[in-house]
Design a protein around this ligand. Structure first.
Ligand code: SF4
Ligand code: SF4
Length: 141
C-alpha cells in the first residue's frame, strides 16, 4: 500500500488534485440536498440534466448512474484532474475530506505516514486545512 512509502516525519499535505476521491464518486457514490438540486434546476440546467429525482450523476439516456463522475476532467498533460463544475459542485464535494477513515478508504494523497501514527492530531490538522470549507468534524477522534 502506498502509505508505506510516505516519508516518516512529514505531515499532512494540501490536496494535490490527484482526483482519487472523485474517481469514487460514480455509481451513486455521491448525493446532493433538495436545495442544491432545486438550485441547479433553475440556474444550472446543464448540471441538472444529470439529476434524476434525488439521484445525481445519472445518464438521462439510460437512467443508470454514470460509472464515473461526468464532471471530472483530465489536464492536457494528464498530470492532474479537475472539476468542471467546481464553483457549483455538491456540498458533499466541498466538504471532502471529512475524516481520516474516509481518506484512508479513498487513498487520499494528502495523508502522510506520520498522520497515521496519531489520528486525533491528523484530524485536527485536517480540520485546520478545511476550516474555510466545512464545519469542524474532529469530535469522533
Ligand atoms: S462533482 Fe466535481 S468535485 Fe464532485 S466528484 Fe465530480 S468532479 Fe469531483
Ligand atoms: S483524494 Fe485527496 S489529494 Fe486526491 S483530489 Fe481528493 S482530496 Fe485531493
Amino acid at each position: 500500500m502506498g502509505a508505506l512509502f510516505f516519508p516518516l516525519f512529514s505531515s499532512m499535505k494540501l490536496c494535490n488534485s490527484c482526483g482519487k476521491c472523485c474517481e469514487k464518486a460514480g455509481n451513486g457514490g455521491l448525493s446532493a440536498s433538495a436545495e442544491e438540486i432545486d438550485w441547479w434546476e433553475i440556474h444550472r440546467p446543464d448540471i441538472f440534466r444529470y439529476v434524476d429525482g434525488n439521484r445525481i450523476w445519472v445518464d438521462p439516456e439510460t437512467s443508470e448512474y454514470f460509472p464515473r463522475c461526468p464532471w471530472l476532467r483530465s489536464s492536457d498533460d494528464s498530470s492532474s484532474l479537475s472539476c468542471d463544475i467546481y464553483h457549483d459542485r455538491p456540498e458533499e464535494c466541498r466538504h471532502y475530506p471529512i475524516d481520516i477513515d474516509q481518506m484512508l478508504r479513498d487513498e487520499c494523497e494528502m495523508l502522510e505516514r506520520r498522520d497515521l501514527l496519531d489520528l486525533k492530531r491528523a484530524q485536527r490538522k485536517l480540520d485546520q486545512i478545511m476550516i474555510d470549507s466545512r464545519p469542524l468534524a474532529g469530535d469522533g477522534y
